[in-house]
Design a protein around this ligand. Structure first.
Ligand code: SAM
Length: 443
């Protein structure tokens, strides 16, 4: 049953939409996934994911509805960077942001990382993604998502928007605020959320969202764009919040837009209605900061010092494992870890950074051990050795088993050409180096 106060609110706020909306919320929802275009052409990815997919999400070229009765979340492919399971409407705000390769993009409320991974795919490895989340457990989840999707040019920061605004004034080309909200758009796929909803929560959420938006505004460079989204219907959290923001920030204006299958925004705001589109509830608006002459302003990280002899040797050992690794960014050493850090990475000191760039190898006295993040970002042809496993083999690998295998040394273990993790071959046996926390119980 829908909460009575929700029913009353919707009837008062959206008299034309309310009844069809209530009917749609009692229908089953359409699950979806998004192919990870960092891993190649959509047609290639689609061919691998085909057993699970059933039609394209109209507003997201990489989005696919999930075929009824299939469970892509249980497939070994879900341990590769092939796809991310994401509700179809939830793809729209990051599509609207339309990140371009080379841009600096901020995702301010980013966990668990669905929209961040779409933003990273749009950047195609060029430019910078800063993904932030104030809840530390959720920030770890966000970091794991970007790791599994093989993202190289992202920083993950566990911080509130105020700290981010102080660190990056007027820095980003585009900022996404996918705000915490009363979650009415989830009423269909998460029945328990109906019980958790309280009438008072919309007003409370609205004031928190306004605070987040005010901090976000400070990080947008002149001429840059700010995308605001929620997964709720209530006007107080959506249209009213946007109007109040515009009154407080005369340097921002609202821009109308159109998305395929979702139509055109009205006064800058667009609702995805479950009775009009094949997706759950979502609201989004696009704002733009006035263009002035001032430049972006966050300090860049200091240039890495020339590597010492130990580091140079570790880099050579790394290159023997992954000779095809493109070191377009800089390799830096932090403690015993080598990382590939995007050239544009700003100074992050003072912030709780979970990830900046790509972890490559842990360097010991006379050896290096490749990191799982490196595996997820590599293509088999970039690795010195690769072993492709069939479904059965992939499940065994995910369960932590060892394998008989020819060859020697660090080997990228793949399934359908997509990375699962590392193995190390010695004396005809591949030892399993999948991190213990990522192993699946049994087969
Ligand atoms: N964008 C995410 C995605 O696509 O996977 C979903 C974000 S969820 C709707 C909102 C997030 O905002 C939650 O992870 C929540 O922990 C976080 N959050 C809560 N309070 C916040 C605040 N004051 N500032 C920024 N983020 C906050």
């Amino acid at each position: 049953m829908l909460p009575q106060a929700f029913i009353d609110n919707m009837r008062a706020q959206f008299p034309d939409e309310a009844e069809p909306l209530f009917a749609a919320l009692d229908q089953p929802y359409a699950a979806a996934l998004r192919l990870n275009t960092l891993r190649g052409a959509i047609s290639t990815l689609e061919a691998i994911a085909a057993p699970f997919t059933d039609g394209t999400v109209p507003w997201c070229g990489a989005g696919r509805y999930i075929k009824e009765g299939t469970r892509p979340g249980l497939s070994p492919l879900h341990h590769t960077p092939l796809y991310y399971i994401q509700e179809a409407s939830a793809m729209a705000p990051a599509v609207l942001l339309n990140a371009q390769p080379g841009e600096y993009v901020l995702d301010l409320c980013a966990a668990p990382g669905g929209k961040s991974s779409l933003l990273a795919a749009s950047l195609r490895g060029e430019g910078l993604l800063v993904s932030c989340e104030p809840d530390s457990g959720r920030a770890s989840l966000l970091s794991s998502t970007l790791e599994r999707m093989g993202v190289k040019n992202a920083a993950v920061i566990n911080a509130y928007p105020g700290a981010i605004a102080r660190a990056f004034p007027a820095f980003f080309d585009a900022v996404l605020v996918d705000a915490p909200c009363s979650g009415e758009g989830m009423f269909r796929r998460d029945i328990a959320s109906r019980d958790a909803w309280l009438d008072g929560s919309c007003a409370g959420c609205a004031s928190r969202q306004a605070e987040i938006l005010d901090e976000a505004a400070k990080t947008v460079k002149p001429g840059g764009r700010l995308i605001y989204s929620t997964c709720t219907f209530d006007r107080r959290e959506n249209e009213d919040n946007v109007s109040a923001f515009l009154e407080r920030h005369s340097d921002f204006s609202i821009e109308d837009f159109e998305l395929p299958g979702l139509g055109r925004s009205e006064n800058g705001g667009l609702h995805v209605w479950p009775h009009r589109a094949r997706g759950d509830g979502q609201f989004m608006a696009r704002l733009r900061r006035a263009d002035e002459t001032s430049q972006r302003s966050a300090p860049k990280a200091a240039k890495p010092a020339k590597p010492d002899r130990d580091t140079q040797r570790a880099i050579e050992q790394l290159m023997a494992i992954a000779p095809g690794l493109e070191a377009r960014s800089e390799i830096v050493r932090r403690g015993d870890m080598l990382l590939l850090v995007p050239r544009d990475m700003p100074d992050l000191s003072g912030l709780r950074v979970l990830r900046d760039g790509l972890r490559l190898v842990r360097a010991g006295k006379n050896y290096v051990e490749p990191d799982h993040a490196l595996a997820m970002a590599l293509f088999p042809e970039q690795a010195a050795g690769a072993l492709d496993l069939d479904d059965e083999g992939a499940l065994r690998y995910l369960a932590g088993e060892t394998f008989d295998a020819p060859g020697r040394g660090w080997t990228l273990v793949t399934h359908r050409g997509l990375p699962l993790g590392w193995g190390k071959i010695a004396n005809g046996t591949l030892k399993n180096h999948l991190p213990k926390g990522l192993r699946r119980a049994g087969r």
